[in-house]
Design a protein around this ligand. Sequence first.
Ligand code: HXC
Length: 268
Amino acid sequence: MESPFKADILKGKVAFITGGGSGIGFEISTQFGRHGAAVAIMGRRRHVLDAAAAALRSEGIRAFGFEGDVRKKEDAARVLEEAVKHFGKIDILVNGAAGNFLASPEDLSPNAFRTVIDIDSVGTYTMCHEALKYLKKGEQGKGPATGGLILNISATLHYTAAWYQIHVSAAKAAVDSVTRSLALEWGTDYDIRVNGIAPGPIEDTPGMRKLAPEEMQNKYSEFGPLYKLGEKWDIAMAALYLASDAGKYVNGTTLIVDGGLWLSRPRH
Ligand code: HXC
C-alpha cells in the first residue's frame, strides 16, 4: 500500500533498528528507507541481515546489517560504534528485537522467563544506554528538536493478561516503563523523544507464526472491532509518524496500533 507521507520526511536521518532484518522490524527499515533515512539493522543472524540489507539496497536505500545480540553490552557498544563509523551518526534508535514463545507458568523455567526479560527489557535498556552518546546532540532549550529519537516496540498483552505469555507480558510492561522514564529524563536533559508502539496481532510476522496457529488467527474476526489482523505496514506508518516532525510534541507515549483489539470482548 502506498504511503500517505511525503518521501523526504526522514531525509538525511540515520536509523538504527534492532531486529530490523525480519518481520515488523524489516518493514520499519524499509519504510524509513523509502522516506529518506539510511538504515543500520542489528540482528543475530548474518544471513538474515545480509538478505535484508541487500533487499533494501536494491531499492536504492543506504543500508547495512550489523551482527550482534542486544543481551550483550559489548555487542551493543561495538555495533553502535560500527554503525556510526559507517553512516556518520545515529538519529533514530528503534528497539524491535524481541524473543517469544508460548509457555504456561508451570512449564516456564525461571531461566526461560529471564531470557525474554533479558532480550526485550534489558536489551531495550542496554541499547538506549549505549546509544545515548550518539543521540544527545544539543543542549535542552537551544532551538528545536536538538536530540535524537527512540522508538520501543512493545505489545498490548500486559494491559490485561494473556494466556501463556507471562514472560513477554512482564517484559513489555518493563519496556513501557522504560519508555516513560527515559522520555521524562532524556526529554528534559537532552531533548530526546522516547516513544513506543504497541502492535496488535500483525499478519505474516514471526510473532504470529509462533504464537497463533492459523485456526486461532481466523478467530480474531469474532473479537476485533476492525475484524482483521493488522499489517506490518500499519506499524511502520505509526513509526514514521512518531519518528518524523509530525510527532515532534509526542514524548513518553506508547501508541497502540491494534484496531482496538485489546478493548474487545466476545459478543456472547
Ligand atoms: C518453554 C522454553 C521454550 C519454550 C525456550 N525455552 N523455548 N521454555 N517453552 N517454547 C527456555 C529454554 O528451555 C531455556 O530455559 C530458556 O528458555 C532459554 O532458551 P534458549 O533456547 O537457550 O534461548 P535462546 O537460544 O537465547 O533463544 C531465545 C528465545 C528464542 C526467546 C527462546 O525463541 C529466540 O531467540 N527468539 C527470537 C525470535 C523471536 O522469538 N521472535 C518473535 C518475536 S514476537 P532452561 O530453564 O531450560 O535453561 C514478539 C511478539 C510479542 O515478540 C507480542 C505478541 C503479541
